[in-house]
Write a protein that binds this ligand. Structure first.
Ligand SMILES: [Zn+2]
Length: 482
């Protein structure tokens, strides 16, 4: 029988001392190898991940570079007989990270015998396993057998949690959508003067699209006069650290408020957060495919699901050359993705009175601060000198906080628009920069490759802290720029 303390800890999965024992990894406690765990206790089918992740240096091989960058995602069998998935590319080091099967790696080596590569992830399935909470299976089992233990913010839990809602324990592990929603509910009920929700639409799978509005009351300045900062995460489903970092930013703002309720940032700015900008995709990455990127809506091909939300905004939109099953599929029309459409309607109708001034869209991985434009390197952004200066300021704040280097570059370079122009089109960054936000950036969070999208949970806090430092700098810059 499960001990009582174990069960009671589940009522509130991200707090209480018992929880620490139960729901979080203890010091020195390591994951078993997934092959020794019964299959029905694994979070998802991990046997589907038999690939390697390799880093290919193409700095002195133009032909290889062209081949790797121009090849579409793995399922596009028609393009080439070597298939792989691209993870990320380093624009300074001239290398690219690929997820590739052994068979395809051999083919790639045959095609380019002088290829220079090393394996950065050898046991992909295990790396994936280690991003789920250690006791994910037990939590799910309890939640499904007794509705009392579902991660819902019941009145009782809220009453119990008031003191502890700001516990760091929530950030020891990545959290599934249900738990995130419960945490936000508790936060809202604990700080009703600061936090409100705007549920602005429904996704393809009927999940609520939620904006968290954070605003410290200030009678000296009209609400619609206040500059608004928008921070979004989770546009790409598998980039879990971008979701946790938005949540960590909300959490840090509340701590900041508790310490200094009349802080300049808080009394003069207004914040809109979308922690999970792709709820269907996020859920799918927890329950079916950890490496899923797009949303989950139907496409023109019956068996291909999902549109890349970040290619769906109507600013210099062009249809992607990637097919509907590919990871970079744009849809057939701008705003075809439910999420970009919801956001567009929200901005134009319900949210006309928000003076959106700053936009930061969090992604992973590569450690980069990207500035507009994404669609073209020949289009000069307005106020370019200051735009770049602010980007360096954000990178410097991050470095001062954690010692980590984030490179500053225009988004068009990151997206290789010189080789594949369609890849930079229709991004949220350009759309927001052009239409609403005077200052707009896309940040690619940690790391620079050893874990890639599979950054372990122990980095949630350090990444959260450095990103909050960057966002604080961003806010101060905007306030002082008057
Ligand atoms: Zn992304």
């Amino acid at each position: 029988m499960l001990s009582t303390s174990l069960v009671s800890s589940l009522q509130f999965p991200f707090d209480t001392k018992n929880l620490f024992k139960f729901n979080n990894i203890q010091e020195g406690d390591i994951y078993r190898h997934y092959t020794t765990v019964p299959e029905d206790e694994l979070p998802i089918n991990l046997y589907q991940y038999q690939d390697f992740v390799i880093r290919v240096d193409y700095s002195d091989n133009k032909e290889l570079k062209k081949f790797l960058l121009e090849t579409k995602t793995a399922k596009d069998q028609n393009q080439t007989n070597v298939t792989f998935n691209k993870w990320a590319k380093n624009n300074h080091g001239n290398y690219i990270d690929l997820q590739i099967s052994e068979e395809n790696l051999i083919k790639l080596i045959e095609k380019f015998p002088t290829i220079n590569y090393n394996i950065i992830i050898e046991d992909l399935a295990q790396k994936i396993y280690e991003t789920y909470p250690k006791n994910h299976h037990e939590s799910l089992k309890l939640a499904s057998t007794d509705s009392k233990y579902k991660f819902k913010a019941t009145e009782e839990i809220i009453a119990e949690s008031k003191v502890n809602v700001l516990s760091e324990l929530f950030f020891k592990e990545y959290r599934p959508l249900e738990t995130i929603e419960a945490w936000l509910d508790i936060l809202k009920q604990t700080y009703p003067d600061l936090i409100s929700f705007e549920d602005i639409g429904h996704t393809y799978e009927h999940r609520t699209y939620r904006v968290v509005h954070f605003s410290v009351p200030n009678s000296d300045i009209e609400h619609h006069e206040r500059k608004t900062i928008v921070v979004t995460g989770g546009v790409h489903a598998r980039e879990w650290v971008s979701v946790s970092s938005v949540l960590y930013t909300i959490y840090s703002l509340i701590l900041h408020y508790n310490e200094n309720p009349s802080s300049k940032i808080l009394s003069n700015l207004d914040f809109l957060f979308i922690p999970v900008s792709n709820p269907d995709g996020y859920e799918y990455s927890w329950k079916t495919d950890r490496l899923w990127r797009k949303n989950r809506q139907e496409t023109i091909f019956p068996n291909c699901f999902g549109i890349d939300i970040d290619h769906s905004f109507d600013f210099h939109w062009t249809k992607s050359s990637d097919w509907a099953c590919g990871e970079e599929y744009s849809g057939e029309l701008p705003f075809e993705a439910f999420e970009s459409q919801i956001w567009e309607e929200y901005l134009n109708q319900t949210n006309n009175d928000h003076k959106i001034w700053g936009y930061i869209d969090l992604h992973s991985y590569s450690q980069e601060v990207l500035y507009p434009y994404a669609y073209s390197c020949s289009e000069q952004p307005r106020d370019e000198e200051n735009l770049i200066e602010l980007a360096y300021g954000i990178a410097k704040s991050i470095r001062l906080q954690s010692g980590k280097t984030y490179n500053v570059l225009p988004a068009c370079i990151d997206k290789d628009v010189d080789l594949l122009p369609d890849l930079g089109s229709g991004s949220g960054l350009d759309f927001m920069y052009h239409n609403r936000a005077y200052w707009a950036y896309q940040l690619k969070l940690r790391d620079s490759g050893s874990h890639g999208f599979l950054l372990p949970g122990k980095y949630i806090e350090p990444v959260g802290k450095e990103i909050f430092a960057g966002i604080k700098y961003f806010c101060l810059f905007i306030l002082n720029d008057e």
